[in-house]
Ligand binder design. Structure first.
Ligand code: G1P
Length: 270
């Protein structure tokens, strides 16, 4: 079945960016001249996704204002305005809860989930490449992270792997370094069966007392499998200051005029 719908969970508090995120959603932080949410839309649209569901919350209205602008100026996105909708997550209860908020808008088809603060720099759409490899198994984007970073991520326990795919036999949300079964981490791109809603509805809070999407993926392994997609390109954790700054520098560096600015800056420093 074709994947047409994508959920953007944008209800997080962005605590690592306080105080700016007291007034500006982290998804509206800029990489040069476009906010993170813009890049997520570009990736989704070039993958052929058609319906966009933003799970948002109090204080995040500037995302809607920005989408109003983008969706009425075809030089940015030439798509039907009716294909975007917003649903509220009243409390920040975790990624699994955010996805569950969109249950009635998804219906009974497979769908994508994309975290805008996982910025993936590449000329091919990561979620688009995943859709090409989708075979009905729940799928996540994965990359190998440094062993001392595993406790920031969902980590796969690997059953088998090829150049492109990792088949997981288990998955653990933010394990202790000593308990991690591999260094393959979940990156914020998911292709999911709608049956995940049946699991999320009854899921107990996990790590951080939040409803964890990873815990639902774990429960579904016997019936739906779990495949990691080793994506191309560079990923930046723009939920962190280091990640956002590096993403800005990386993007600037790939632009002739802006890379001159960076080079001049360092030349003057020397
Ligand atoms: C979430 C997921 C985690 C994943 C990470 C990727 O965690 O729960 O499994 O590895 O995104 O960015 P968060 O960063 O929201 O705590």
């Amino acid at each position: 079945m074709k994947i047409r719908k994508v959920i953007f969970p944008v209800g997080g508090l962005g605590t690592r960016f306080f105080p700016i995120t007291r007034a500006i959603p982290k998804e509206m932080l800029g990489i040069i001249d476009k906010p993170l949410i813009h890049y997520a839309f570009e990736e989704a649209i070039s993958a052929g996704l058609e319906e966009f569901i933003l799970v948002t919350r109090h204080g995040k209205n500037s995302i809607e204002d920005y989408c109003d602008y983008m969706f009425t100026h075809s030089r940015y996105f030439n798509i039907r305005s009716g294909s975007i909708c917003y649903i509220r997550q009243n409390e920040p209860k975790g990624l699994g809860d955010a996805v569950l908020c969109a249950k009635n808008l998804i219906g009974d088809e497979p769908f994508a989930v994309m975290s805008a603060d996982d910025f993936i720099f590449h000329d091919k759409s990561c979620i688009g490449e995943m859709i090409k490899h989708y075979n009905g198994s729940n799928m996540i984007a994965t990359m190998s992270v440094a062993p001392n970073e595993v406790s920031k991520y969902g980590i796969l326990d690997v059953k088998s792997e090829t150049d492109r795919l990792v088949v997981a036999k288990s998955v653990d949300e933010k394990p202790n370094i000593k308990d991690a079964k591999s260094t393959y981490a979940i990156v914020g791109r998911y292709l999911l069966s709608h049956e995940i809603f049946n699991i999320l509805v009854d899921l107990e809070p996990g790590v951080g007392n939040e409803i964890q999407l990873t815990d639902a993926l774990l429960k579904m392994i016997p019936t739906h499998g779990l495949t990691g997609f080793k994506f191309d390109g560079q990923r930046f954790d723009c939920g962190s200051k280091e990640g956002l700054l590096t993403a800005i520098l990386h993007t600037a560096n790939s632009n002739k005029e802006l890379s001159n600015v960076i080079n001049n800056f360092y030349r003057k420093k020397r």
